[in-house]
Design a protein around this ligand. Structure first.
Ligand code: NAD
Length: 420
């Protein structure tokens, strides 16, 4: 039986790359572990007057290259090990993207669809308050993740700001609403960056017979912030989006889905299911559909030892964190299916978060074109750096991305020296 524990998976990926770097065992041991793991259990008064206790986590993995940085997830399946894995992935992602942040992640165990806005706001305020001085604009900067959004980020900012008067607190959190210190392009950055990678992969000849995205068949798992925009940008690039899914089901339309209309349908119906002109398909079948590009944009452990042999995509771009297990990676690598790994493919989100943070510190607002152009340069550069290492060292792209990240974090740690 395959081990699906996300932290052990993250460690297996780390250990595989560690064989290809010249870093001392002691330093590797340091980089493998989160610096601080905080668990908080906190009470919230619900709308009906009852009190419920929620469990939250914030894991700060590494800050050698800059302040801790990472999203906050609200989901019933949040566990300490999942958050530890994602905090580590953030450290490697910020290093791959070459932005001056470290890695962190947070989460609250809850079922957001069963909570009212007031309850979600109360959870957010209490969570931030109890994390106390471990968060801060130069210490640890949260951002959105699954089932948290710009509104959640506005509450995080407000909570912090109410208790830290007299200073510019906007950079304490990114992914904020545009009118409250948010950046143009942040809401779409993860998807935009992912599509830049896909275009570079196609341009580099990684998908046999495909020179551009025009006419390419694309399948997207997850139709939220990352997935819906990825589908939209793929369509805008000329691709045909043949199937998508969300937590309620999957739909397919061989002639292509009108993504903008589907977004509107999802807004109204709360689900991609029931979209006119599309056929319902079993969710598990979506990952095995014949297509040029598969974009997993939902949760971890979707492509595993169980289904990797049956995946018929010719390129996989991981908008989600941790969608492919190490056993699946091996199968896909053997079968010659290139995988653009999460710590590269979804690095656009944290990159524009960094731009938002810089704009907040400088009290500026850049226009959408500036943000997009900067993001494209970063993504293209990171993409080719990773794939050049993969080619040169004959590594799969994930291991190559880890090698780059480990080298960068280890180098800075050595420059700084171990305190005291
Ligand atoms: P989101 O909450 O906006 O969307 C999640 C989507 O996944 C929803 O449409 C939900 O219905 C769907 N989903 C949930 N379970 C599913 C399942 N079993 N099958 C199919 N679909 C399912 O979250 P998001 O921000 O888009 O995050 C999605 C992934 O992208 C996560 O892995 C997240 O860590 C990663 N990511 C997000 C960002 C960002 O900026 N939002 C950045 C980097 C990585």
């Amino acid at each position: 039986m395959e081990d699906l524990n996300p932290f052990r998976i993250a460690h297996a990926q780390f250990a595989r790359a560690a064989r290809h770097v010249l870093i001392s065992d002691g330093l590797l041991d340091t980089l493998a572990r989160p610096e601080r793991t905080t668990r908080i259990d906190f009470p919230v008064q619900m709308d009906d007057g009852t009190i419920r206790v929620f469990t939250g986590y914030r894991v700060q993995h590494n800050n050698a290259r800059g302040p801790f940085k990472g999203g906050i997830r609200y989901h019933p399946d949040v566990t300490e090990d999942a958050i530890k894995a994602m905090a580590a992935w953030m450290t490697w992602k910020t290093a791959v993207m070459d932005i001056p942040f470290g890695g962190a992640k947070g989460g609250v165990v809850c079922a957001p669809k069963q909570l009212s806005m007031d309850e979600k706001r109360a959870i957010t305020r209490r969570y931030v308050t109890q994390l106390g001085p471990t968060l801060g604009p130069m210490i640890d900067i949260p951002a959105p993740d699954v089932y948290t959004d710009a509104t959640t980020m506005a509450w995080i900012f407000d909570t912090y700001d109410m208790t830290h008067k007299g200073q510019n607190n906007l950079p304490v959190v990114t992914g904020k609403p545009l009118e409250l210190g948010g950046s143009h392009g942040r809401a779409t950055a993860t998807a935009r960056g992912c599509l830049f990678c896909v275009e570079e992969a196609v341009g580099r000849g990684l998908v046999d017979g495909l020179q551009t995205l025009a006419g390419a068949r694309v399948v997207v798992q997850g139709f939220g912030s990352a997935g819906a925009h990825a589908a939209l940008f793929a369509q805008q690039a000329g691709a045909t989006v043949v199937a998508v899914s969300d937590s309620t089901g999957a739909i397919a339309a061989p002639a292509g889905l009108d993504v903008a209309r589907l977004q509107e349908h999802k807004r109204q119906a709360g689900s991609v299911c029931g979209f006119a002109g599309a056929t319902a398909i079993p969710s598990a079948d979506l990952l095995e559909m014949e297509c040029d590009v598969l974009i997993p944009a939902a949760l971890e452990n979707q492509i595993t030892a169980v289904n990797a042999e049956r995946v018929r995509a010719r390129l996989i771009a991981e908008a989600a964190n941790g969608p492919t297990t190490p056993a699946a990676d091996e199968i896909l690598h053997r079968r010659g299916v290139p995988v653009i790994p999460d710590i590269l493919a979804n690095g656009g989100g944290v990159t524009v978060s960094y731009y938002e943070w810089v704009q907040n510190i400088q009290d500026e607002q850049w226009d959408a074109e500036t943000v997009d152009a900067k993001l494209r340069r970063k993504m293209v550069s990171a993409f080719h750096t990773v794939f050049d290492i993969a080619t040169e060292k004959r590594l799969d792209p994930r291991t190559a991305a880890y090698v780059l990240a480990l080298d960068r974090v280890a180098h800075v740690t050595e420059l700084r020296g171990i305190w005291p």
